[in-house]
Design a protein around this ligand. Sequence first.
Ligand SMILES: CCCCCCCCCCCCCCCC(=O)SCCNC(=O)CCNC(=O)[C@H](O)C(C)(C)COP(=O)(O)O
Ligand SMILES: Nc1ncnc2c1ncn2[C@@H]1O[C@H](COP(=O)(O)O)[C@@H](OP(=O)(O)O)[C@H]1O
Length: 348
Amino acid sequence: MSASRRPNGVSKPSPRASPNTSTKTRSTKQPPTISDTLTTLLHPAEGLLLLTYPSLLLLGSIFSLLDPSARAAPYSASLQSHPPDMAPNYFALKKNVFNIWFVKVGWFWFTVAWAVWVLMGMGMMRARSRAPPREKTKARIVELDDDEEVEQEAEEEKEEKDATLVLTPQKLQSALRWVVVTFWWTVVTQWCFGPALIDRGFRLTGGQCELMQSDTARQEMGDVREFVTATACKIAGGKWKGGHDISGHVFILVLGSASLGLEVLGAMVNDRRAGAEEKQAQLGRWGWGIVVGVVGMSWWMLLMTAAYFHTWFEKFTGLSTAFVGIAVVYILPRILPGVRDILGVPGR
Ligand SMILES: CCCCCCCCCCCCCCCC(=O)SCCNC(=O)CCNC(=O)[C@H](O)C(C)(C)COP(=O)(O)O
Ligand SMILES: Nc1ncnc2c1ncn2[C@@H]1O[C@H](COP(=O)(O)O)[C@@H](OP(=O)(O)O)[C@H]1O
């Protein structure tokens, strides 16, 4: 394996060496192993990010089995939660402020974070990776007088601002990936040429809306004891009962935060152009702040959903449905060149 020296003396694989070289070297002698294939598809850091999701779900579910207050509280399958007056803690309440202001309008937050990242984080990374390496810059600054130093800083600042506004193919492809991911979120949770996939799945598996509370509404409905969407059912005071209800919370939290995470992480680990290793410390502060905030909050809420809401199987189907979207947008382009030409791969 060829290697290049970093300024700090640490050996680093050369841009083309890993992971592809190991696969090529092997392929002349023996077929690539599963691990070779996986590392060609995903950088280990990206794999680790995706592994976080089943781990969080597992952790939350195990916590709820071990936590005495969660075990003591009865669980209502029709509410998909513990009844509010017996909830083991604040996060087990549907009305908790993070659920109302973050998850219930989650796509808004993911979109804002994505837009900030594309405009500020990604733009600045591109500008900085074109700038001279830090060591050289430092050496030059020693020779410059104060005025020149200020001038140079102003120039660098201007370059960063310009990069925010420039429309690059990478930014366009990231926006296109957002469109596809948003399309998947829409058809699964909001509308799919009629009821969303979650609602259709629920109905197909024998679920229906039962009007329990309102006599008037029940009379108005007559013999038709069902509405076609969970929202319409709940608004009418009914209970969405019987079928398999994919966890919408698990779905939206995994899809939104994993795609956002892969955008940023991918740009950090896959970009092998000269000077690119400098960029981790150089991302725009806004880009970083909002992405870390939104992903962090998603992880916390996912843990809470895992601990206090839904059954194991509903959480598993929420995770799988989100991973289908992630696979199409982030894995498929690495396998099919035609798809790669359109959607691109973050950082490549
Ligand atoms: C690079 C991309 C650039 C794109 C354009 C940039 C514009 C930035 C400006 C910001 C505008 C934001 C526009 C976002 C559009 C929206 O999505 S707004 C809608 C917000 N609504 C939601 O997020 C609803 C989320 N909720 C659900 O999906 C469901 O409620 C649920 C959580 C899955 C489950 O619901 P239950 O009732 O609990 O079952
Ligand atoms: N982390 C969380 N915090 C609060 N409520 C949650 C939650 N995860 C799921 N829920 C609630 O559990 C129910 C099922 O969620 P979902 O199917 O979206 O995963 C929803 O109730 P409501 O629809 O009555 O608000 C949702 O608000």
